[in-house]
Design a protein around this ligand. Structure first.
Ligand SMILES: [Zn+2]
Length: 409
């Protein structure tokens, strides 16, 4: 049975043209959500979707969809990402997943094929959250993580509302954000980190997105003279805090508990060369895809604090923030891996360190992600780059997977 084969050349050329909207020097792009540039980029995406035979709709938070009807009715299988960027971002973050999705639809049309179930490409509003916070705004509304009213009323720092800006650029759509809920969602994205390139792997099968648990720790000891206080009689808050930091780092390194742990700020008082520190204050950033692992890491932090208290220190722990990790669908991950393998691509299971619209879609339907390598792991930077052959391979694997889901479903 014939299946759609993408044109790598056409997809790469389209990525280039999209990157010209809001282009900055050295190949980067500034296209903040709901700006004039966002509006012009949406116009271009709409044209390409229509050329690919898709019917285009826009919902009331500005999410844009292109749908190719299947032979039977029912919820579509969806792919997609975002086309807004950070200030001085790259040309691939988000755009790659959208342009690859359009290429999939175009390849289906070129081969005169029709899927059994409908296929959709989504362009989610304000993924980056730079001009309007929170991030993932469009997919957050679909997932009911934020209400539509609250999202539309969100103000930018320069006093503009999402509702007003959507209207101004012509993308205040009329359809409901819940009119097109998919049965499955797959997002293709650049890795944005160094792991795939470092291991020489072509495709990352993303099993989830990391959550975090953030703490502030204050260790109180006794400030004293650095010359006259004998070592056994010190209550050195600095050394105590460093021991705790090292224990957390060792746990992440040796036990992967949690996946990564970072002490990113560290201050001492009185912070003088000839005084034993009386107080140390530092922050802890734990990240892991598994919420259980994060909770174990929290317990580890408490037990390390207890060890210091047993030595006579006072330790104050303040929990600053928590976000749950997200697990993608295991069956869909297996499908993506088998698809990549059948194309001869090497694969690696991984967890995303960055947020993606897919994590919101995962609350609604079986969801997974595919990553392609980022050269040097650089992203949110004009230097963001992926080899052309990797971009083309990733898009064909997405197309293969979507097509087989849409014809066997
Ligand atoms: Zn992105």
């Amino acid at each position: 049975m014939s299946r759609p084969i993408i044109s790598g050349e056409r997809m790469l050329a389209r990525l280039q043209s999209l990157g010209q909207i809001g282009a900055v020097e050295s190949g980067g792009c500034t296209r903040l959500a709901f700006s004039d540039e966002d509006g012009r980029a949406r116009d271009l995406i709409k044209t390409w979707l229509e050329q690919a035979g898709a019917s285009v709709t826009v919902d009331s938070i500005g999410n844009l969809y292109g749908v190719v009807q299947g032979l039977s009715s029912g919820a579509p299988i969806m792919t997609g990402s975002h086309i807004d960027t950070v200030a001085r971002g790259g040309q691939l973050d988000g755009c790659y997943g959208v342009v690859a999705g359009i290429e999939m639809l175009q390849a289906i049309r070129d081969a005169a094929l029709q899927p059994s179930v409908s296929l959709a490409v989504a362009v989610f509003s304000n993924e980056e959250g730079v001009r309007f916070s929170p991030d993932l705004l469009g997919s957050r509304v679909i997932a009911k993580d934020i209400s539509l009213e609250e999202a539309l009323a969100t103000q930018s720092r320069d006093g503009k509302s999402v509702a007003g800006e959507l209207k101004r650029i012509g993308y205040a759509g009329e359809s409901s954000p819940w009119a097109l809920l998919p049965s499955k969602f797959i997002e293709l994205h650049i890795a944005q980190g160094p792991c795939l390139e470092a291991s020489g792997t072509a495709i990352g099968i993303v099993e989830g997105v990391q959550g975090h648990s953030w703490w502030e720790v204050v260790v109180q000891g006794c400030a004293n003279h650095a010359g006259t206080t004998p070592m056994p009689l010190r209550l050195d808050a600095g050394v105590a805090a460093m021991r705790m930091a090292c224990a957390l780092q060792a746990s992440a390194c040796l036990e992967r508990l949690p996946a990564v742990a970072t002490v990113g700020t560290f201050t001492l008082e009185p912070n003088a060369i000839n005084v034993v520190p009386g107080l140390a204050r530092f922050t802890v950033d734990f990240r892991d895809a598994e919420d259980g692992q994060l909770r174990e890491a929290d317990l580890l932090l408490r037990s390390e604090a207890k060890k210091l208290e047993d030595l006579g220190f006072m330790v104050q722990l303040s929990h600053l923030s928590r976000a749950l990790g997200v697990r993608f669908d295991a069956t869909l991950c297996d499908t993506l891996q088998a698809t990549a393998t059948s194309r001869g691509a090497s694969t690696q299971r991984m967890v995303s360190g960055a947020s993606h619209d897919a994590q919101m879609m995962a609350t609604l339907c079986p969801t997974a992600m595919l990553f392609v390598p980022s050269i040097g792991g650089i992203s949110h930077n004009p230097k963001e780059k992926t080899l052309d052959e990797d971009l083309v391979a990733g898009a064909q694997i997405l197309t293969d997977a979507m097509w087989s889901l849409a014809t066997t479903a």
